[in-house]
Ligand binder design. Structure first.
Ligand code: HEM
Length: 404
């Protein structure tokens, strides 16, 4: 199979152990069943669709890859055509030793102290979206509610205008759903992002504001200004990492709860700061973890006994690890009061998610506001939920009956 084939020409996957494809149409809605079935056969599946690439599905195998920066590089964090152009977006695309400095630069902007004060603003924003649904009997919970919330969060933090949200979502769609198989799309998206974010940075060099974009525009490491290419990389990463990730997690939760009125009743009966909201949020993150990363193999090694060779690629399938029965009791059950829940939705090792405080806040606030406003909502039996495939998996359309 040539990786030059366009996505339309690739046949549907029939063998997930030897020919997996994260852009196959079955991935979005069925990934959990796919990983569970692969895990019964092997800890690591392979494919030739992107050159030779691997897919670990156990917690042990995923953890091995995530912690081993000597054999697995983050220079490219997607599994894509092997000749895909690489552009830096540190810290996610950097390896030791320089990863540390990039991460240190951004870390204070994502600390609990920096994020917690955003709560009231996020809550007000969610309530305004809900007010816009006034008088409706049916809605699309993804399109009319969820997708707007993480964009609002990132715009507040970065200082970019929310009126450009459609453009950000379009970049994200093309970057994740089309670019892994099409280099021209990847280059075009990068150019559009560079042009837009370059302007945003330029304005802030001369007149810094109280936002993360200004910190990036004037960034220094060891007293030396950071290069323009890397500054653009930081800014692009904020857009690419901070929007559809959380949008997917919130959407998956609302899709799940629409089918579990007993769980909704328990949550709605509890105060917002009750422990059940924390355990339910963590269980949504475990069960519906949206983010699968990639690594480039830079030296021959083995993963769970399976050989991987220099130049090949591998997924870091964090969501599959979250369903490994070796790592979680009753892994296939969604338990809103799960006690011990050491999920890896936010990754493992040095690249563990920088935005996890923001993501958790958005997830809990958005879910609380929705369930309190529509405690009897249900999936609309006449319309289909649609799912995004690939690196960030989650529902993109959730038709619901509001039942008020
Ligand atoms: C539910 C939502 C989210 C999930 C599931 C998630 C997941 C992840 C995962 C799995 C990684 C590890 C990457 C790797 O190992 O290569 C990561 C890294 C990262 N995430 Fe998130 N993320 C979420 C939301 C966010 C948000 C809101 C931001 C804010 C901009 C963000 C920013 C980052 C950054 C900057 C990194 C790179 C950290 C490093 O390389 O040191 N993420 N995320």
């Amino acid at each position: 199979m040539s990786y030059e084939t366009s996505s339309q020409d690739l046949p549907p996957v029939t063998d997930w152990v030897n020919d997996w494809d994260w852009l196959d149409d079955q991935w979005g809605a069925n990934a959990i069943e796919i990983w569970n079935s692969v895990r019964e056969q092997t800890p690591v599946a392979t494919t030739e669709r992107y050159g030779r690439a691997h897919m670990p599905v156990t917690m042990a195998a995923v953890s091995e890859v995530a912690h081993d920066t000597e054999h697995f590089s983050s220079v490219f964090v997607s599994v894509a055509r092997p000749d895909a152009p690489r552009t830096p977006a540190p810290p996610i695309t950097s390896d030791p030793p320089d990863h540390k400095e990039h991460r240190r630069l951004l870390l204070p902007s994502f600390s609990p102290k920096a994020i917690a004060p955003m709560e009231q603003n996020l809550r007000d924003f969610c309530r305004a979206l809900i007010a816009d649904l006034d008088g409706l009997d049916r809605a699309d919970a993804a399109e009319q509610y969820v997708q707007h919330i993480p964009v609002h969060g990132i715009c507040e933090l970065l200082g970019v205008p929310e009126s450009d949200a459609d453009m950000f979502r379009d970049w994200i769609f093309r970057n994740f759903q089309l670019a892994p198989r099409d280099n021209a799309v990847r280059i075009q998206v990068q150019q559009e992002m560079d042009a837009y974010l370059g302007q945003q940075l330029d304005v802030r060099v001369d007149s810094p504001q109280d936002d993360l974009m200004s910190l990036i525009a004037n960034a220094e490491i060891d007293g030396e200004p950071v290069s323009r290419e890397l500054k653009l990389g930081y800014a692009k990463l904020m857009i690419i990492a901070g929007i559809d990730t959380t949008w997917s997690a919130i959407g998956s939760g609302l899709w799940h709860f629409a089918q579990h009125p007993d769980e909704v009743a328990k949550l709605v009966a509890a105060d917002n700061d009750h422990m059940i909201w924390t355990t339910a949020t963590e269980e949504v993150l475990r069960y519906y973890a949206p983010v699968t990363m990639g690594r480039k193999v830079i030296a021959d090694t083995e993963v769970a006994g399976c050989p991987v060779r220099h130049g090949e690629q591998t997924l870091v399938t964090f969501p599959a690890a979250n369903h490994d029965p070796e790592a979680f009791e009753n892994a296939d059950q969604f338990q809103i009061e799960r006690g011990r829940n050491r999920h890896v939705a936010f990754g493992l090792g040095i690249h563990r998610c920088l935005g996890s405080n923001l993501a958790r806040l958005e997830l809990v606030v958005a879910t609380q506001e929705w369930l309190r406003a529509f405690p009897d909502y249900r999936l609309d039996p006449d319309r289909e939920t649609t799912w995004a495939n690939g690196q960030v998996r989650g529902p993109r359309s959730i038709p619901v009956l509001l039942n008020r």
